[in-house]
Design a protein. Structure first.
Length: 190
């Protein structure tokens, strides 16, 4: 029988994973335009998390963008990654024109096209819902003293890996618990 103790490494790993679950709840309960919830979430850790880092490094070399490789190291050094995404291809009927079309009918009839990283056009209100969900999740992690940072490049790769296949936009939030925040004390991107 093992002694009734939990070491730092195991305790911190479990705490980060529990915090990640609470981040999903925060994203889910964040306010949504017209009460329509098109936000999707996922926690990725272990080999799947490292696959994201591998693909980020690959894209960094391919595009000659050092920021992908720098962020890949952050992902690799994290315990998990929280993915928050939105189905932005659904209009809400306000005819605001924020998507670039005159109204929602034109937006709904437009062909969805894959861009370099995401699919568009996107309803501006769905993009706002994604931002609010991201803020709620990051705030939750912060309140629990879990280091985190919202990263566009993580979402780019999650999209390419089809981790949330119905999403048009995905963002990633790597999470960790270390003596020093690995996401903000790092070299600048090139």
């Amino acid at each position: 029988m093992s002694p009734p103790v939990i070491g730092s490494e195991n305790g911190e790993r479990e705490a980060v994973l529990e915090a990640a679950k609470l981040m999903l709840a925060a994203a889910r309960t964040a306010p949504k335009t017209a009460g329509v919830d098109d936000v999707m979430t996922l926690i990725v850790y272990g080999k799947e998390k490292d696959a994201i880092a591998d693909k980020m490094e690959e894209i960094g070399v391919e595009r000659k963008i050092e920021g992908f490789r720098r962020d890949a190291k952050n992902v690799r050094d994290s315990i998990a990654v929280v993915l928050i995404a939105v189905r932005g291809d659904r209009s809400i009927g306000l005819d605001c024109g924020g998507c670039g079309y005159e109204g929602c009918r034109e937006f709904d009839e437009a062909s969805q096209k894959s861009g370099k990283d995401f699919i568009g056009p996107t309803c501006i209100f769905k993009a706002l819902d994604l931002g609010i969900a991201l803020g709620s999740a990051a705030k939750t992690a912060s309140m629990l003293d879990i280091d985190n940072r919202i990263m566009y490049r993580v979402g780019t790769v999650a999209s390419k890996l089809k981790l949330l296949p119905q999403a048009t936009i995905i963002m990633g939030i790597p999470v960790s618990a270390r003596g020093k925040n690995i996401y903000f004390d790092r070299p600048p991107k090139a």
